[in-house]
Design a protein around this ligand. Structure first.
Ligand code: KIV
Ligand code: NA
Length: 276
């Protein structure tokens, strides 16, 4: 089908057509998700947790994202590819932020970048957009702030937090982002923010009124068992199925049921006889 672009995000909101997003970190998964028709693939820094086994996202580097983004880009034909800006890649200076965002496009083959935060990052957002790089914002539970938040918890429940989030969303829109991810935000607040913005909101743990939804693919497919956030719905139990398949393989190779004839290469009897 036709490529999904940043304009398709805006059109999606206008036409009231929900925008789908899933994370991807490798070629074959990206290909499957793209073939299934997902609108956009996020090479998220959740990579650190679900693929690299870190406790949080803070150790992920620009090079890590680029490495995986290249693989995802090779696998996707239609989906818009978004590279997550990892911790420290847009915190030091505007210059470094533009440089790192540029690398995601130039080396990683991403179409856009995503970064966390509101008012404190708008100067970076503006500079990156000026460099012709589309940007997605991310508000609510921003995992790179885990040490400041003191854990992973719902954001925006108090009047003060909610007012700041609304203000941040408007500032990001004004700075030129083409969408905003809302993570772990009460449904009613996400709905209000969605109504106030002309750009789409993409929710994760933010209720059904966002303009789109995103999930971590490993969570959605039941492949990540370290913990299960409330907002995850498992659409498959691939982890359990992988274990069953793996156990069967071990059993069959032990009993020599595998490999069978169809998996095996034969040799000419006459040639063989000369070897003995
Ligand atoms: O890194 C990630 O997967 C994300 C999504 C959860 C939005 O940022
Ligand atoms: Na992320």
């Amino acid at each position: 089908g036709k490529k999904f672009t940043t304009s398709s995000f805006i059109e999606g909101k206008k036409k009231n057509e929900k925008i789908s997003m899933l994370t991807a970190y490798d070629y074959s998964t990206a290909k499957l998700l793209d073939e299934a028709g997902v609108d956009s693939l996020l090479v998220g820094d959740s990579l650190g947790m679900v693929v690299l086994g870190y406790e949080n996202t803070l150790q992920v580097t620009v090079d890590d994202i680029i490495h995986h983004c290249k693989a995802v880009a090779r696998g996707a034909k239609r989906a818009l590819i978004i590279a997550d800006m990892p911790f420290l890649s847009y915190h030091v200076s505007v210059e470094e932020s533009v440089r790192n965002a540029g690398r995601m496009i130039q080396e990683g083959n991403a179409h856009a970048v995503k970064l966390e935060g509101g008012e404190e990052v708008v100067d970076k957002v503006r500079a990156i957009v000026r460099a012709q790089i589309p940007v997605i914002g991310h508000l609510g539970l921003t995992p790179q702030s885990v040490n400041l938040f003191g854990g992973f918890k719902v954001q925006g429940k108090s009047e003060e937090q909610a007012k700041k989030m609304i203000q941040d969303a408007l500032l990001l829109q004004e700075a030129g982002v083409f969408a905003i991810v809302l993570e772990c935000v009460p449904e009613a607040l996400a709905k209000l923010i969605t109504e106030k913005l002309s750009i789409p909101t993409i929710g994760i743990g933010a209720g059904k009124y966002c303009d789109g939804q995103v999930l971590v693919t490993q969570d959605m497919l039941g492949m990540f068992s370290d913990f299960k956030p409330r907002f995850v719905k498992q659409y498959a139990q691939l982890g359990e199925n992988m274990k069953i398949a793996c156990k069967q393989y071990i059993e069959e190779m032990r009993t020599m049921e595998f490999p069978d004839k169809e998996h095996t290469f034969a040799m000419d009897e006459e040639v063989l006889s000369k070897l003995y």
